[in-house]
Design a binder for this molecule. Structure first.
Ligand code: ZN
Length: 117
């Protein structure tokens, strides 16, 4: 049987949407938040309540005056640690490839599988 060319998964991030992550450094260092969005190619993610940046907006019907809104800005994935839902500790992530090729994430602290909520 011929194997299909598999896409390279170099850009697969260890962080996934709905994970809880701990911010390691910067002005948000020590805070935790839920991952709202992941940009694997940029190695960046949006974390709820973290790294607010001010954005100028043009007037819209909803907000006729326009102005400045604060919105979460992306943080670098290398600046966060995933918090394990099982043991509650910020942890490094190990991966395990299952027989069917599925990639499972494991908590290096407690050894449990980590699933995105
Ligand atoms: Zn754990």
């Amino acid at each position: 049987m011929k194997k299909k060319n598999e896409k390279h998964t170099n850009h697969a991030l260890f962080v996934r949407k709905n994970d809880t992550v701990l911010i390691l450094s910067g002005e948000n260092g020590g805070k935790q938040g839920k991952v709202l969005k992941v940009y694997p190619k940029q190695n960046r993610l949006i974390v709820e309540g973290i790294n607010f940046v001010k954005r100028h907006t043009k007037p819209t019907q909803k907000n006729p005056k326009g102005g400045i809104v604060e919105k979460e800005g992306p943080v670098n994935a290398s600046n966060v640690m995933v918090v394990c839902g099982k043991c509650g500790q910020p942890t490094r992530i190990g991966t395990k490839i299952m027989n069917d090729g599925e990639r499972i994430r494991m908590c290096k602290k407690c050894g449990e599988m980590i699933e995105a909520a």
